[in-house]
Design a protein around this ligand. Structure first.
Ligand code: NDP
Length: 361
């Protein structure tokens, strides 16, 4: 049994330190939502040293934020002790100007709505959940900067933005003496590496942008649970998530995961733990945001923090060979890939670097 000791990392150039493993609420707090289970998971995460919790107005149309806010209140945690992140873009109100946008009217309304659901006066991190090609970037940067200036968020950042979009936002902020984006949240797992290893690492290195990452298990695929088809009650079996099925049941990927399971067994670990530990090994990553639909999954996943220091160069090269960078497509959601929200990573011409090219702590 691996014994976890949490590690805290600076969020890019910011002074803020976040736990290397954070806990997120997509699907599990809303569509699979059950308050008692959510409360138990928050308690387990808190006891394991997780200080960063991630949500979005999009998750369950605000329901995940509502459960998370109620959870913090019920647990009575000191607001200073944890870092709360939410995201805006998708919206919860069905009217013109309030859906799939980063316009000023939505952002100023959206943060008020999120704060009310979260039962707090401020969030620590506020992300623009996707870029919005229909709103001038200058309007978005002004609005996000104003939200920070008003104390409703401490830092703002982006999710699924290209390096060029982030750098343009920084340039606008500098030109007008506004708050610059601090962090980017990108997809990162053994089957989707480019967003962090090519794009994220470059903006982290050259511009100090902090990186948080999502879907370390590729929605559960990297745990090995889809090798024999779709288990009852799993994410792929949820209503509204059939779009994930072809990807999660891909035969070639599931064969690779089975080979990874053999690697994990050498460490007495599960495939899920190895996949999560691998994500934490990238030196540019501040926090890997976990998903878990049960306390048992969360305990298993949190123990990955103890596995990371054991992953030697040979093991990382073995994983590189099994899951080469650039081999597979991402698992972005249909909402996120709508024509309003292009997510394709741009070729910035920057070099790539993977965990195996770095020595580990
Ligand atoms: P994962 O890829 O780790 O998938 C989590 C899911 O996999 C769980 O809900 C569970 O689903 C299954 N699972 C987890 N652990 C195990 C285990 N040990 N054994 C078997 N199955 C397991 O993470 P998420 O996709 O949930 O992403 C994590 C967080 O990142 C989200 O909650 C959200 O906060 C954030 N996120 C951000 C995005 C963005 O656009 N910025 C996009 C997506 C996520 P089940 O039991 O139901 O099968």
């Amino acid at each position: 049994m691996l014994k976890a000791t949490m590690d805290y990392r600076r969020l890019g150039q910011a002074g803020l330190r976040v736990s290397a493993l954070s806990y997120g609420t997509w699907v599990t707090f809303a569509e699979q939502g059950d308050f008692d289970r959510a409360l138990q998971c928050l308690d387990i995460a808190g006891r394991a040293g997780v200080n960063l919790f991630d949500t979005a107005d999009a998750y369950g149309n605000g329901e995940a934020e509502r459960l998370l806010g109620l959870g913090f209140e019920t647990l009575g945690w000191d607001r200073a002790a944890y870092v709360l992140a939410t995201k805006l873009f998708v919206g919860t109100r069905d009217c013109v100007n309030m859906r799939q946008t980063l316009n000023r009217k939505y952002l100023l309304q959206g943060i008020e709505d999120s704060l009310q659901r979260l039962r707090t006066d401020f969030v620590d991190l506020l992300y623009c959940h996707r870029p919005d090609p229909h709103t001038p970037l200058e309007e978005t940067v002004w609005a996000m900067s104003d939200i920070v200036a008003r104390g409703k968020a401490l830092y703002w950042g982006t999710s699924g933005w290209s390096p060029a979009q982030i750098l343009e936002a920084c340039a606008i902020a500098e030109r007008h003496h506004l708050r610059k984006p601090t962090m980017e949240q990108s997809e990162y797992h053994l089957l989707a590496r480019e967003r962090i290893e090519r794009d994220g690492a470059a903006i982290h290195r050259d511009h100090g942008i902090g990186l948080t990452t999502w879907s370390p298990l590729a929605s559960g695929l990297l745990s090995g649970k889809y090798a024999g088809g779709i288990p009852a009650g799993s994410r792929a079996a949820q209503r509204g998530f059939a779009w994930l099925q072809p990807r999660l049941c891909d035969a070639a990927d599931n064969r690779r995961v089975q080979r990874m399971q053999a690697v994990a067994q050498r460490f007495g670990a599960s495939a899920a733990q190895l996949a999560i530990a691998w994500c934490t090994c990238h030196p540019a990553v501040a926090s890997v945001t976990l998903g878990a639909s049960s306390p048992a999954q969360l305990r298993e996943n949190l123990a990955a923090i103890a596995l990371a220091p054991l992953l030697d160069g040979d093991t990382l090269r073995e994983l590189d060979a099994l899951f080469p960078a650039g081999a597979a497509a991402s698992l972005d959601t249909p909402t996120n890939t709508s024509t309003n929200a292009p997510t394709g990573a741009e070729n910035t011409g920057t070099s790539t670097f993977s965990p195996s090219s770095f020595s580990l702590k």
